[in-house]
Each structure stands twice: as C-alpha cells, then as structure tokens.
Design a protein around this ligand. Sequence first.
Ligand code: NCD
Length: 299
Amino acid sequence: MDIISTRSMSKDFLEDIIKSAKKYDSDKDFTSVLKGKILATLFFEPSTRTQFSFQTAMQRLGGKCVGFSSTEGTSVKKGETLMDTIRTISSYVDCIAMRHPKEGAAKLATEVSGVPIVNGGDGSHDHPTQTLLDLYTIRKGLGNFDGLNIGICGDLRYGRTGRPLSIALSNWDVKLHYISPPQLSMDKGTIRHLKDKKIAVKEVMKIEDVIKELDVLYMTRIQRERFPTEEEYLKFKGVYVVDPAMMAKAKERFILMHPLPRIDGITLEVDDDPRAKYFEQARNGVPARMAVLHKAITE
Ligand code: NCD
C-alpha cells in the first residue's frame, strides 16, 4: 500500500503502526521480515534522519536499499521527468521512499509506480512518516494522547511537520496550542478541519504564554529554504529559542520534541534535561519506519 497522506490515515491505522513500532523497538532479529526485498530511497531534497532511518529500517528487516540523496549524478540532471524516473526505478525495486520539494509529488508518483510509494516529505505539505514517529514518541513518553495539551511552535506555515501531526492528533481528545508569529501561522483550512473534529485550538505568539499548561512542546525550524527571499527569512530567524530558563517554567511531566535539525531553536544546555526527547524521537524513526515499510510492502 502507498503511504502518502496523513489525512487519509484512520485512528485504527495509526494505532496499528504505533503497536508495530513498539514491537520493532527492540534488539530482536527481524531480518526475515522483508528478506529479499529492495527499497529505493529517492531524495530530491536534503535529509539526514528520514533517509538514514528508512535505510536502517529496511536493513533491520532483512531487506536491501538503493537510491540517491541528491539528483546530482542522475538523469534528473539531464532533464528527465519525475514520472519517468519513478516509472523506471519502480520496475527495479519493491518499494520507493521519496522526498521532493514539490507539494503533491509523492501522490503524483503513485500514478506511474508499479510498487508502493512512501512519502518522506513533499514540499511544505505533508510528512506522514515523521508524524507516525512523533505519535510513537508521545505515546512512549506520556502513555496516552487523551487530555494532553500539545504546543506546536515555530514555522507552522512553511513547515511540513506541525500540520500532519495536528491532523493525526485530532483522532484523540487533545488541546492544541499554536505558537507562531502571525505571518507563519497555521493555515485556516487546517484550523477549520480541527474545529470540525471538535479540537480546541488556541493561537499565541509567545512560548511563555502557554509553557506552564503544556504536556508536550513540539518545536519546529524556521524553513529558510521555503521563504521567497533571504530577507524575509531573516525577519524570523531565531524568533523562538528554548533554553534552560524556559524549561524551568515547564511541568515536571513534560516532553520537548523537535523533528530536527534544531539550528537555533533549542540551546545545547537543554540536551541534558531528561524531558528533552528530540534525539530519542529521531531514534524512534527506525522502529516507526520498520512498521511503515512492513505495511507498505506486505499489504
Ligand atoms: C523535517 C523535514 O524535513 O520536514 N526534518 C525531518 O524530516 N526530521 C524538519 C525540518 O527540516 O525542519
């Protein structure tokens, strides 16, 4: 099956992935699960965690990987279309995990691919496997979703992690607190969707306004590469920073998350705080993507 859009994931699907990620989150040998299968990781945009955790996940399941991490050295540089690239590679492998700067690219790829497509990020739009590992991290850290106050902070406009995470969380009884400058706020369509699902949404400009109430603070990076000009980006660079003084205001039972890279959003001193979960979150990408690959390739 293709894994393209967070909106199309049911609560049962999400629970199923979380359960499967928990099973794979161990040192046991799972190399018979996808033995003999090949995954192509096609990254038309930079990636560290997503690309490497997909490749690690595939190998932990006994499969093998091929792929590229930049279009340099491929026929894309000669002007080959996305459609022809996907059509060709899908005739070599059993599954494609791809990241592309254009919104909708993964969906488009499914039209010509003979094998399942997994969306590893399409422009500012969606990043479903990030959402799955984020859900797994919250479940692992706090036990459940119902009743949680979840803050999502930073570039909610150009970022592709806050939107799908909100949509997935709307399957439970959560309260969402969006923290952003008005120019980088969550789009109205998403807020309407959340309100239709009876989710309480509050929008503020400062972390200080809500930090005491939060069970989770999910920081996001100001998406430099998606601003129309560098000058626009510089207006928002460094606008949110979590440091030990900010952590001192948060609850004891609280987790700080970030999809990474953090750039200047969280200071290094915060890393030693046991509530800082972003590196564990990145590590959770492996069992979560093992669950995803197993589902994509076998169902
Ligand atoms: C995120 C992405 O690519 O959207 N990174 C990731 O996948 N862990 C976040 C970001 O780049 O800011």
